[in-house]
Design a protein around this ligand. Structure first.
Ligand SMILES: C[S@@+](CC[C@H](N)C(=O)[O-])C[C@H]1O[C@@H](n2cnc3c(N)ncnc32)[C@H](O)[C@@H]1O
Length: 215
């Protein structure tokens, strides 16, 4: 029942804040599992994980259940209504209780870096300069060798680029060009058809070489 209420809350915020929320229904279980799979299994020792843009928390739920005691999970969510829901939903969650930050990712500074960043930010809705700034911030916040796990709706960018109004077409083209420049960083790709609409998960790894490892 509470899952239905959370989904309705997401729907309502999606209609009110379309540009920042970027969807009207939370991600499916299959998509959440695909987003979290690269985080678990493999890494040694306690993990530092950041989730950005949690909405009502379907990916957060998967993370809190799949991470191990001793791992650290920060969640950064811009929307105050969603943060109230997240705080109520995940208070005392085990094995890992997330720390919810009601903040803009561009202004969030934890003072350390993460092994993994998981994000559902709707970049296709954002001006190109904002997407560029967000990618730069993600890579600043990642340990060298850390992974950035994101999803987007399959064909969403192409449809906007071909059929959207001129302003949106330009924005979609710029985002696709930006992501093309990041293509060498892609180390994993997984299409999830059981989502509304179908989605593609991309895993990018922050290189350890010059330009990414400056501090
Ligand atoms: C498409 S929803 C994803 C929700 C959830 N992860 C899911 O998969 O169902 C995007 C979320 O990003 C949040 N958001 C947008 N811009 C943000 C920013 N600059 N910093 C942090 N969160 C942001 C929105 O409020 C929204 O909850």
């Amino acid at each position: 029942m509470s899952a239905v209420l959370d989904s309705l809350k997401f729907l309502s915020q999606g209609f009110r804040n379309g540009n920042t929320v970027g969807a009207v229904w939370p991600s499916s279980r299959s998509l959440c599992e695909a987003m979290v799979r690269p985080v678990i299994g493999g890494a040694q020792g306690p993990l530092r994980v950041l989730e950005v843009g949690a909405g009502v928390g379907p990916v957060t739920a998967e993370l809190t259940q799949r991470l191990l005691p001793g791992d650290h999970l920060d969640v950064v969510e811009l929307n105050a209504t969603f943060c109230t829901t997240l705080n109520a939903r995940f208070a005392g969650a085990t094995p890992v209780t997330p720390i919810i930050h009601n903040a803009d990712i561009l202004k969030f500074d934890p003072g350390f870096r993460y092994h993994h960043i998981v994000s559902g930010l709707p970049l296709a809705n954002f001006p190109a300069e904002l997407s560029e700034a967000i990618y730069a911030r993600f890579f600043e916040l990642l340990e060298p060798g850390g992974t950035l796990i994101m999803f987007h709706h399959i064909l969403g960018r192409e449809v906007i680029r071909m059929f959207g109004p001129p302003k949106d077409r330009k924005r979609a083209r710029q985002l696709m060009e930006l992501e093309e420049r990041l293509a060498p960083l892609v180390v994993g790709r997984h299409d999830v058809l059981l989502n509304m609409p179908p989605a593609r998960v991309l895993v990018r790894r922050r290189p350890t070489g010059p330009g990414y490892d400056e501090t």
